[in-house]
Ligand binder design. Structure first.
Ligand SMILES: Nc1ncnc2c1ncn2[C@@H]1O[C@H](COP(=O)(O)OP(=O)(O)OP(=O)(O)O)[C@@H](O)[C@H]1O
Ligand SMILES: [Mg+2]
Length: 265
């Protein structure tokens, strides 16, 4: 019976913090004793490996289009925290066709059951790959910032996913905020537009504060939780991880009836 929660990390606008959030949420859950797989699904500009300062020998493309097995290309970062790296600039992966998607699902199937969480770090925007992974995941976290451009681009992304797949359940994480109040304000604008024009209501997962320690951690090629465990954004990631674990527990019955990755009907 499945108990792995698959989470697609999305954003309309690029550079809002998806990769860092994916990494640090997974890291916080690992530190809390959970097992997580971080899958780099940004096949255009893969960079989870760079953020972690690792140089994997193989990647997901080798396991699908080459001669490596999926097991061979999994990179253990910590005991219970693995990365499935991607290579940049492989056009087949950036425009994922159904045949390749099905091959990926078949190869992943024997592996995913060993994790509590599967986090998928996606590229920005609405490429076919982004849409496919968003639709395969059990749940979706959309990263926004308080900037108006981030809000309009996120709305466009939600609209596309709703129109094409009928998806209605989205959790919103507001990044680079100065306060909970600012986060709430940004969320309410997106929520209002979705309710009014698309007739569904995204929920607020939480927020992460702007923290100068984060770019420092990026330059050191370490997760923030390792580089500066007590800093404000690290505390936010820990709070978000606790919330996500509660959400996972509330979903166990539903998760048991589905595959870890399964296309919406
Ligand atoms: N909470 C934060 N506080 C301070 N800086 C941040 C924060 N979140 C993100 N950043 C900055 O934004 C940069 C981009 O973050 P990241 O690479 O995670 O974004 P992304 O959404 O994955 O980008 P892309 O769309 O290109 O994949 C980081 O290198 C960091 O400098
Ligand atoms: Mg990224």
């Amino acid at each position: 019976m499945n108990s792995t929660l698959s989470v697609a990390i999305l954003s309309g606008k690029g550079g809002v913090g998806k990769t860092n959030i994916t990494l640090n949420l997974a890291y916080a859950l690992y530190q809390a004793g959970f097992k997580a797989l971080l899958m780099d699904c940004d096949m255009g500009l893969a960079n989870l490996d760079v953020l972690l300062g690792i140089t994997p020998e193989g990647n997901i493309q080798n396991a699908l289009l080459g001669d490596r097995t999926l097991e061979e290309v999994l990179f253990p970062v910590e005991p219970g925290l693995d990365v499935l790296p991607a290579a940049s600039g492989v056009p087949e992966m950036n425009d994922l066709k159904p045949e390749l998607r099905d091959l990926l699902l078949e190869r992943l199937k024997p592996v995913l059951g060993r994790y509590d969480y599967l986090f998928m770090d996606l590229g920005a925007g609405i490429s076919e790959t982004v849409q496919t992974f968003a639709a395969l995941a059990a749940t979706r976290i959309v990263i926004i910032t308080p900037e108006p451009t981030s809000l309009t681009d996120s709305y466009a992304l939600l609209k596309v996913l709703n129109n094409r797949f009928g998806l209605r359940d989205f959790m919103i994480l507001v990044n680079q905020t100065t306060s909970a109040r600012e986060a709430q304000g940004a969320f309410e604008k997106l929520h209002g537009a979705c309710r009014h024009f698309l007739h569904f209501e995204p929920v607020l997962l939480g927020h992460t504060r702007f923290d100068k320690k984060l770019p420092e951690a990026v330059c050191r090629q370490q997760s923030l939780l390792r580089y500066a465990p007590g800093c404000p954004a690290a505390q936010d990631f820990q709070a978000l991880a606790t919330r996500l674990q509660k959400i996972r527990l509330s979903m166990v019955d539903w998760l048991a009836q589905r595959e870890v990755l399964q296309l919406v009907q």
